[in-house]
Design a protein around this ligand. Sequence first.
Ligand SMILES: [Cu+2]
Length: 206
Amino acid sequence: MKRKLATYTLAACSLSLSGPLFATSLDVNVKDAQGNALADAAVYVEPLDGSFPARPKPAEIEQKNRKFMPLMTVIQTGSEIAFPNNDTVRHHVYSFSPAKPFELKLYSGTPGNPVLFDKPGTVVIGCNIHDRMVAYIQVVNTPYFGKTNETGKVRISDLPAGKYRLKAWHPQLLSGATMPEPEIAISKQDVAVSIALSPAADNKPH
Ligand SMILES: [Cu+2]
């Protein structure tokens, strides 16, 4: 008898999960102004009602072969990033970006404390010693984000039903290009959206 009761409880539990908590996936395809797939675009959706769970997760940007890896990192506001130096040369990591100005003075190995990113926005980091080193951090006010792969695609999973603003950021936007920010509705079906960069105003053909 006891065994049977347990089975009923389990069934009731899975039923409620497919109700209001139903979550689905959003597939986003990002292209440049010429229609080519755009890799390393930060893609995120902000719930229009402003409610979302805070799920800050630590991230890492390593320095290897005089490069930052990865090139693009997306994190929720309130997350920390560690900057381990896995090269034999020393690096001096800095940012002048308003969302997070900081510097980690010349070091090798792992610096003492990770850096906390407590404001949303774009953070461009460089190295004082090696001018070519660059990486981008998009700090977003939402736990629902990802970045595009080599084919310009990203899937954001476990999205609760609701209305969202879809946003994307890519280094090409630094030159004045723009990206549309469509409103999307997530209900009980997976959604696919395509967005494309528009060229900067002064680059448009006449
Ligand atoms: Cu360096």
